[in-house]
Design a binder for this molecule. Structure first.
Ligand code: ADP
Ligand code: TRP
Length: 321
């Protein structure tokens, strides 16, 4: 089984990205063939600054490796190292109904947020379909916001296969982990870089501590019992904690005599314990860019071989062989 996901290099990754998108795929290494790529061409729809794109591309690769993506068991590569995807995107584009793209929420949301309407922004789901179909992916773990794009991918693949009378593309399934579908931010809304309510995956511990300490809580006195399910600190603590740790913390809230300050301290400690080793690994990798480059090149060679096979089948189906 091939499991694939792409992550845009469009800013610093945060806890929401880690628990919602990165950890689910990293945890699946070993259960299938994992492909992860840096979606540079998708970021290019909104990032128009070469230095920023370059730096963010490097950061996404470092972040994944630091968080435990293992190049011996997974394939990590840059989208731009597999140009075959663009030829596929065009072939898919000619069978994609306009109406299908016009219905995409993500495009409408971006316009509503004030992004200028460009052809790239509009055609983005076709490129995403090419990314997924090029590697004959079976499963695509994504956040809830990307589910529609995977459904669009299925529609486009089916339309292509039907139009050209050949089973060129496998229909992928989206995979959404409900437990981590929406990670809350510091203000309780979805954690998102667009809302400025994030905690960066590799923020300095001092800055993380300050952010945790500023999380708003209600004014229940220290001695009184508290509702864990109404508390943002508990919601974040749960991401890191084992079942047993969660139950213990729940008991502390319900018993009373346990303040929000205690809970914040516990959140900071469990964050340090979990993400601290990732930070050390990231520092090592950042100091050894050649190692990272070798990993990305090896990943691209493997991905490209898979994409070439699909492209050849697609060319044959449409009469471009
Ligand atoms: P942002 O909302 O910060 O711009 P992106 O849209 O770039 O994040 O998301 C990248 C990946 O991380 C996607 O798969 C997305 O679904 C996931 N993700 C982002 N924020 C969250 C969150 N708060 N909870 C769960 N998953 C998230
Ligand atoms: N569109 C995805 C996002 O914004 C990134 C992405 C691009 C992707 N191509 C993909 C995700 C293919 C999964 C599969 O998060």
């Amino acid at each position: 089984m091939r499991i694939l996901t792409g992550v845009q290099p469009s800013g610093q990754l945060h806890w929401g990205n880690y628990f919602g998108a990165m950890k689910p795929i990293i945890d699946r290494q070993g259960t299938g063939e994992v492909f992860v790529f840096v979606a540079q061409y998708h970021a290019l729809t909104t990032v128009h600054d070469a230095a920023a794109l370059r730096a963010a591309t490097r950061d996404v690769a470092l972040d994944f490796l630091a968080c435990g993506l293992d190049p011996a068991r997974a394939c990590l590569f840059r989208q731009a190292d597999v140009p075959e995807v663009h030829e596929l995107a065009w072939m898919l584009s000619v069978v994609t109904p306009m109406g299908l793209l016009e219905r995409c929420h993500s495009y409408k949301d971006k316009l509503a947020r004030g992004l200028p309407a460009s052809h790239g922004l509009f055609a983005y789901p076709v490129l995403m379909a090419a990314d997924i179909l090029a590697y004959q992916s079976d499963v695509v773990p994504v956040g809830r916001d990307q589910k529609q794009h995977v459904e669009v991918t299925r529609d486009i693949a089916a339309k292509f296969n039907q139009t050209f009378g050949a089973e060129v593309f496998k229909l992928p399934e989206p995979l959404i982990s409900e437990r981590v579908a929406v990670i809350p931010g510091l203000d309780g809304q979805k954690m998102s870089k667009s809302y400025g309510n994030t905690i960066g995956l590799f923020d300095e511990p001092k800055a993380v501590k300050a952010k945790i300490m500023r999380i708003a809580t209600d004014s229940t006195p220290l001695e009184a019992p508290k509702d864990p399910d109404a508390c943002r600190v508990f919601a974040l603590y749960k991401l890191f904690a084992s079942e047993a740790e969660q139950e213990e913390m729940r008991g502390n809230y319900l018993r009373g005599g346990y303040g929000y300050g205690h809970a914040k301290k516990a959140l900071f400690e469990i964050y340090q314990r979990t993400l601290g080793p990732f930070r050390e690994r990231r520092e090592h990798l950042a100091a050894h860019p050649d190692e990272v480059e070798d990993i990305l090149r090896a990943g691209a060679a493997k991905a490209r071989a898979a994409a070439r096979r699909t492209l050849e089948a697609a060319r044959l189906a449409v009469g471009l062989d």
